[in-house]
Design a protein around this ligand. Structure first.
Ligand SMILES: C=CC1=C(C)c2cc3[nH]c(cc4nc(cc5[nH]c(cc1n2)c(C)c5CCC(=O)O)C(CCC(=O)O)=C4C)c(C)c3C=C
Ligand SMILES: [Fe+2]
Ligand SMILES: [Fe+2]
Length: 355
């Protein structure tokens, strides 16, 4: 094993230490062509956090039908939502913007912000090395998922720890906890959803909250994702004054034959016109940034299916993306985490003494 040399000047006596932040998100292919999408899906779907089945069973399926047929279908979907002017996916654009704008906010505190993707480029490895090269000996890993899942939050952190395994001198690490009902998150969501609803030229009869799904068995094994989604939606309904009927919770993006969290978004949406619900909005509070799952699966696929089923209007409400609300939220979360784990730790206040 070769070890990477880390700049540890900052930890020498009397030298101030430097803190950095690494924003991570899921990832994205480098292009929309068959080869690029195949490479990305191969990396993604080889992650044992994503597919827990034995590789002896899964690899022949992956390298057989999945990587033969899926890259074309996914590539077409990526092509529909691609930022062709920048030749990159929306998820990459928004994650970069978030990192750059957060970096501006934290510059006065001398905190550099890097960004990396769990699958594809730029990698978490590159981002971590960039921070270390800038002298950071304390790093906050911030996977940008409001709700925890081993398939997202944990695997992003795993990837960073794999890089750290190869460092002789590791920086100190913290990880940002999930923030499913953090007041700042719910406030940012409420503000951005209300602002968008106000611009619509129709009044939605229902606001469907569609979260990325997860195999049910992962939840049965203890993944807290489903509970976190419930926390988000309960807090959001409270904040916006909606009940379960007006803002139902559904799960999208099912992959493979196993049972995933229910109700599934697509059949739910398609059943609405028959109940007289012809004008709806869809929000996707499991995603900080718009991506193939929101823009194509909801904006295109579900929108078309809704109209085919007799629906009149489906408005997809954008994610926080790189809006000021998004950057305010990230700054709040990151500053809170860069403080102490104990509410008053690190202040000059002496600990209370009994009596
Ligand atoms: C078994 C497969 C999958 C699990 C489990 C899964 C969990 C999961 N994913 C997200 C967030 C995102 N997923 C995205 C794309 C995507 N997801 C899967 C499969 C699983 N996801 C696939 C195969 C794909 C690629 C696209 C496709 O071929 O359909 C994305 C978007 C990436 C982009 O570039 O736009 C996000 C974000 C969560 C939150 C989650 C579990 C909670
Ligand atoms: Fe996914
Ligand atoms: Fe999808």
């Amino acid at each position: 094993m070769t070890f990477i040399t880390v700049n540890r000047a900052a930890r020498h006596e009397n030298a101030p230490s430097r803190t950095g932040v690494l924003l991570s998100n899921l990832g994205t292919p480098d292009g929309t062509g068959y080869g690029a999408v195949r490479r990305y899906l191969a990396e993604f779907l080889s992650d044992r956090r994503i597919i827990e089945a034995s590789p002896l069973i899964w690899k022949p399926i992956l390298y057989g039908p999945v990587l033969t047929f899926r890259p074309r279908k996914s590539g077409e979907a990526y092509h529909r939502i691609w930022h062709h002017d920048r030749d990159e996916s929306p998820l990459r654009t928004y994650t970069r913007e978030q990192a750059e704008q957060l970096g501006t906010r934290l510059a006065a505190d001398d905190v550099p912000v890097a960004w990396g993707m769990r699958y594809g480029q730029p990698s978490i490895k590159q981002a971590l090395h960039d921070l270390v090269a800038q002298g950071c000996d304390r790093i906050l890993l911030a996977p940008l998922y409001p709700q925890y899942s081993a398939t997202t939050t944990a695997t992003a952190n795993d990837q960073a720890f794999r890089v750290l395994m190869r460092m002789r001198n590791q920086p100190a690490i913290r990880t940002l906890p999930p923030f499913p009902d953090h007041p700042a998150y719910i406030a940012a969501l409420g503000r951005s959803i209300s602002a968008r609803l106000a611009t619509l030229d129709f009044k939605p009869q229902m606001i469907v909250a569609s979260f990325h799904g997860l195999p049910k068995i992962y939840v049965e094994k203890g993944d807290t994702y489903a509970a976190d989604c419930q926390r988000t939606i309960a807090a959001l309904r409270r904040a916006m004054g909606y009940d379960e009927q007006m803002m139902p919770l559904t799960f999208q993006s099912r992959f493979g034959p196993a049972k995933w969290l229910e109700p599934y978004t697509a059949p739910f949406i398609e059943s609405l016109p028959a109940r007289g619900i012809e004008r709806i909005a869809v929000i996707t509070p499991g995603f900080i940034s718009d991506c193939i799952e929101t823009l194509d699966e909801i904006g295109n696929e579900a929108g078309d299916a809704f109209v085919k089923a007799g629906g009149k209007e489906l408005a997809l409400i954008p994610c926080l993306n790189d809006s000021p609300d998004a950057i305010d939220l990230l700054e709040t979360l990151v500053r809170q985490e860069l403080g102490g784990w104990l509410p008053h730790a690190g202040t000059d206040t002496a600990p209370a003494t009994p009596g």
